[in-house]
Design a protein around this ligand. Structure first.
Ligand SMILES: Nc1ncnc2c1ncn2[C@@H]1O[C@H](COP(=O)(O)OP(=O)(O)OP(=O)(O)O)[C@@H](O)[C@H]1O
Ligand SMILES: [Mg+2]
Length: 246
């Protein structure tokens, strides 16, 4: 049996924006090589969770460890340097730069030029559309292509864990399927660990090893995806029917 180790651990994390408590004691574990999805409605705290892990927002309380080392309070670039890559909500690619330039920027972060060139070739094999569009300004790509570019750029940093905030956002269902197929391929090739935020549980149930439901800044449910396939427990946790007696 493969002994899995905890790669990312979040313990009792609290984050507030002024008076608004966005995370209220969130704890979560991601094992090495796992795909963990955080599902939750609008305003649940999903983006805040990723931002806090990546060092983009300050936590009030709690702990985050990556490969056993505490990272909470570290600068985003230090955390990135430890093998963590974030694909933020809305992708944040440089729209006036070309596709190739966007990828190069990702590669620069890992500091090894020849490896970055090799990785760029690998990314273009994995995403043939990016090779085709290499000299296009990234802003002219479709939403799906931009999502592919954002993911490819994240991989260019040679991460051990990639956090992707709502990869499905604004994409047609067919394109979402393509994105998830590519994520599965990346996992198969590179053994990368994935933490993914989504608003809808549909795809997540198919692709995740484990699922957390976040609502109101708190974890409502955490279980193996295999135990959640009928969708009943997820729906209850997501909408809070249990509490409202619906
Ligand atoms: N920069 C900010 N300033 C003030 N409040 C914020 C800020 N960012 C988020 N919030 C609030 O924190 C809470 C959690 O927001 P967050 O964006 O993390 O949720 P989310 O689950 O990512 O939602 P969505 O599905 O809409 O992306 C919400 O109440 C939101 O209004
Ligand atoms: Mg969000």
């Amino acid at each position: 049996m493969i002994e899995r180790t905890v790669f990312l651990e979040v313990s009792d994390l609290h984050v507030s924006y002024g008076q608004i408590a966005a995370l209220r004691g969130v704890s979560l574990k991601v094992m090495t090589g796992e795909t963990v999805c955080v599902v939750g409605p609008n305003g649940a705290g999903k983006s805040t969770l990723m931002a806090a892990i990546a060092g983009g927002v300050k936590a009030k309380r709690g702990a985050v460890t990556l490969a056993g080392q505490p990272i909470l309070g570290n600068k985003p670039e230090e955390i990135a340097g430890r093998g963590m890559s974030l694909v933020p909500e809305g992708r944040q690619i440089f729209s006036s730069l070309t596709v190739a330039e966007n990828l190069k920027l990702g590669g620069m972060l890992q500091g090894d030029a020849s490896k970055a060139r090799w990785m760029m070739g690998e990314m273009m094999d994995l995403f043939p559309i990016l090779r085709e569009r290499a000299s296009y300004p990234a802003g002219r790509l479709s939403g799906g292509e931009q999502q592919m570019l954002a993911i490819a750029r994240a991989i260019m940093t040679n991460p051990e864990i990639i956090m992707i905030d709502e990869p499905s956002l604004g994409l047609a269902p067919k394109i979402v399927d393509q994105v998830y197929e590519i994520l599965a391929e990346i996992k198969a090739r590179r053994g990368v660990t994935l933490l993914i935020n989504e608003q809808s549980s549909a795809r997540v149930l198919k692709h995740a090893d484990r699922i957390y439901v976040l609502r109101g800044g708190q974890v409502q449910l955490c279980d193996d995806a295999a135990n959640l396939q009928d969708g009943v427990a997820i729906k209850q946790a997501y909408f809070g029917f249990d509490r409202e007696g619906v």
